[in-house]
Design a protein. Structure first.
Length: 184
C-alpha cells in the first residue's frame, strides 16, 4: 500500500460524503452500531488520532461532532493532514503506538486506507448511493486484506463481522465489504 492508494481512498469516500444530506445523519449504516453521523465522525476522527500518534508518539483523542459543522472541510483537513503525515521524511520507518498495540507505520497506512475506503462503502450504502467505485483500489485492498479471526464477531463488540457471501458478479468494492463483514 502507498500514499497514492490512501489518497484514492480519501477521494472515493469524499465523493460519497459530498452527497450526504444533513437529514440522513440519524440513519442506520451497515455498521449496525453506528448511524451516519457516528460513521462520519469516525472516519474524520480516527485518522486524526493516528496522525497525532505518528507525530508525537501518543494519539490525542478527538471527541467532536463534525456533522454539526462543515464536515466536508473537516474531512478535507483530515485528508490533507493524514497524507502529509505519511509523506513526511522518515514516516514509514516509524512505529505507531495505539492503546491496543504498537504497529509499523506501513501497517497503519494499510489500516487507514482500508478504513477510509470501506467506510465510504458503508456511507454510500446507508445513503442510497452507488457502491461501485474505485475498482482498482478495491481489488488491491481485497488482495491485501487480512483480518484475524479474533477481530471478527458481533457488531459493536469486535472491529469486524464474520465474512459474508457476496453475490455472484458483485463489484470489487462489494466483495471487499463482504470480506469485512458487511451484508451485500
Amino acid at each position: 500500500m502507498d500514499v497514492e492508494s490512501l489518497s484514492a481512498a480519501f477521494s472515493s469516500t469524499r465523493a460519497v460524503l459530498a452527497n450526504v444530506k444533513s437529514d440522513q445523519f440519524d440513519e442506520p449504516t451497515p455498521c449496525r452500531s453506528w448511524t451516519v453521523r457516528e460513521l462520519v465522525n469516525h472516519f474524520i476522527a480516527a485518522p486524526r488520532f493516528g496522525v497525532s500518534a505518528m507525530e508525537t508518539g501518543e494519539g490525542t483523542a478527538v471527541d467532536e461532532d463534525f456533522s454539526a459543522g462543515d464536515y466536508l472541510a473537516a474531512y478535507d483537513a483530515t485528508r490533507d493532514a493524514t497524507i502529509a503525515a505519511f509523506e513526511a521524511e522518515g514516516a514509514m520507518e516509524k512505529t505507531v503506538r495505539f492503546p491496543f498495540a504498537e504497529i509499523p507505520a506501513s501497517v497503519f497506512l494499510v489500516m487507514v486506507t482500508g478504513d477510509q475506503f470501506v467506510h465510504g462503502w458503508d456511507l454510500a450504502r446507508a445513503t442510497g448511493q452507488p457502491t461501485v467505485f474505485a475498482t482498482g483500489l478495491a481489488e488491491r485492498l481485497l488482495e491485501e486484506a487480512v483480518v484475524p479471526d479474533q477481530f471478527r464477531g458481533e457488531d459493536g463488540v469486535t472491529p469486524f463481522g464474520p465474512v459474508q457471501e457476496a453475490p455472484a458478479g458483485a463489484s470489487a468494492a462489494d466483495r471487499l465489504a463482504a470480506y469485512m463483514g458487511r451484508s451485500v
